[in-house]
Design a binder for this molecule. Structure first.
Ligand code: ADP
Ligand code: GLC
Length: 485
């Protein structure tokens, strides 16, 4: 594989800024690409947490204001291990506390068009002859709407080839027409087959329309988003660009998510040393105030609490769990109604159902290890990382057959058991009743200890490392450059 110079542009990167899976991907994929021999640099806003993490970051460029809404900014260079980072420093836009996208009331920051317009603008500029750096990428790799406007400038002004990866098509970055001038886009870009989308400027549409090649994070989601139900209005465009769209399944950071060495756990374990997993269940029950018992399965959830994740189905049937009998532990935050619903559910069943509203990386690891079974009935799931973490942690997932869940979870039945691929439970339908039947089915399987161990081991032995994905991205870059030449 020929090494390429890649600018990986992202609005999140774990562990410094993470609201979901994009943060994990941005931490692991560029490093896997670097290890595959590519010359990768990550472009990331210098949020307060990022600046704190890299106090020694060195200024490498100053850029003037490039449009009325885009202030002057600086680029700072830092290193995450051996991976070079370019931090986009613009205090007026990025030096504020809390969530990268939302204010304290949970509303989008009012100036998000300028914030991520600047991130996209600078990503494009670094791929152009006018770049202030003495390093030029062959490819500008954009992720989600926050960087998806970069291909527009590369298209109008020339520069590197571009790739847009869709991590979630439900978020599209749509703003008023006045932002066209504000961001310095040319008047002629206001076309339905360029950046205009139902009378608005859409960052994601612009990228999907104008990038050299497109990808999304699982093969099934790549097909689904061409369908009206999943495409959130962009299905016709994606059908049009289908030959340029690939589905590349995300990987898992196998160092960070390794039950044998995970420092957050009470006891390490592996596929051939599963007995030690039990100590993690006891520790989790104790930590969450659950009854310490080995006579019933413990279901786990770690999630953004949003419509996407289908956890309203779990709320609907939640009162049945203690009678199954089973225990439940939930870690999540988001939608206020779902947060309240889960709090109330826990209130009705102390000792059997425990809910923690918030974000905790360490507790997430302990739930993956301590739960018996992971519940993720998503309505759509571009890839999903938690079900892969669950598989690695011997915690078989319960999922709907959508997106990356369909590509990673193999339902338990006679045939899949015989071929040793059975690793979890897939809902038959999308109703609360379908979820309930699957919870019952999983609970019965859990009581059959030999069967359960086979299911656990099938999941734990599957290879989810990033090397496979890095090789596929390498091929995508090669093809993008051939088209761009
Ligand atoms: P999405 O990106 O749609 O939220 P993924 O499954 O791809 O879904 O990734 C979610 C990531 O965020 C996982 O690493 C998961 O552990 C983490 N996560 C989600 N909610 C929480 C939480 N409340 N506390 C800790 N980690 C969380
Ligand atoms: C998005 C998706 C999730 C995916 C993640 C990383 O947040 O909702 O399914 O795993 O991006 O690609």
């Amino acid at each position: 594989m020929k090494p390429r110079a890649i600018l990986f542009a992202t609005s999140e990167m774990a562990p410094w800024v993470k609201t979901g899976g994009l943060g994990d991907v941005a931490a692991a994929l560029p490093e896997a690409l670097r290890q595959a021999g590519h010359d990768v640099r990550v472009l990331l806003p210098a949020y307060p947490a990022v600046k704190q993490a890299f106090p020694m970051a060195e200024m490498v460029a100053e850029l003037p204001a490039l449009a009325p809404a885009l202030p002057a900014c600086r680029l700072l260079a830092a290193q995450a291990g051996q991976l070079p980072l370019l931090l986009l420093d613009c205090p007026a836009l990025f030096d504020r506390p809390g969530n990268p996208y939302l204010d304290a009331d949970g509303h989008d920051w009012a100036d998000n068009a300028a914030r991520f317009g600047l991130l996209s603008r600078i990503a494009a500029r670094l791929g152009q002859a006018a770049s202030p750096l003495d390093w030029q990428p062959d490819i500008v790799h954009c992720n989600d709407w926050q960087t998806a406007l970069a291909p527009a400038w590369l298209h109008y002004e020339g520069g590197a080839a571009s790739v847009v990866t869709v991590h979630n098509i439900a978020f599209q970055g749509c703003f008023g027409r006045e932002m066209l001038g504000g961001l310095g886009l040319p008047e002629h870009s206001w076309r339905f087959d360029h950046v205009e989308y139902h009378g608005q400027l859409s960052f994601l549409k612009a990228g999907l329309q104008l990038a050299t090649l497109l990808s999304t994070v699982s093969p099934t989601y790549a097909r689904e988003i061409q369908d009206e139900h999943f495409g959130y209005g962009l299905a016709p465009l994606l059908r049009h660009r289908a030959p340029s769209l690939r589905g590349i399944l995300n990987g898992v950071d196998t160092d960070l998510w390794n039950p044998a060495t995970d420092p957050a756990l009470a006891a390490g374990y592996a596929a051939n040393r599963l007995a030690a997993k039990r100590a993690n269940k006891v520790a989790l029950q104790a930590e969450m105030g659950l009854e310490i018992t080995a006579d019933r399965p413990l279901f786990g959830v770690i999630s953004r609490l949003t419509h996407q994740k289908g956890l309203d189905l779990l709320l609907t049937v939640g009162d049945g769990l203690p009678h199954l009998p089973a225990q439940l532990v939930v870690l999540g935050s988001g939608d206020k109604a779902l947060e309240a619903g889960f709090r109330q559910l826990a209130g009705r069943f102390p000792g059997q159902i425990a809910v923690k509203i918030g974000f905790s990386e360490n507790l997430a690891h302990r739930i993956e290890a301590g739960a018996d079974c992971f519940v993720m009935p998503s309505r759509f799931e571009p890839c999903g990382l938690n079900q892969m973490y669950s598989l690695r942690y011997g915690t078989p997932p319960i999922v709907r057959a959508t997106g990356g869940l369909a590509d990673t979870v193999v339902d338990v039945n006679d045939e899949t058991l015989a071929e040793r691929s059975a690793n979890g439970f897939v809902l038959d339908g999308d109703t609360p009743h379908a979820l309930w039947l699957t919870l019952e089915r999983a609970s019965r399987a859990w009581h059959d200890k030999r069967l359960w161990q086979r299911i656990q081991q099938n999941g734990m032995r599957r290879d989810f490392s990033w090397q496979n994905a890095a090789a596929e991205y390498g091929a995508l870059y090669r093809d993008a450059l051939a088209i761009h030449a």
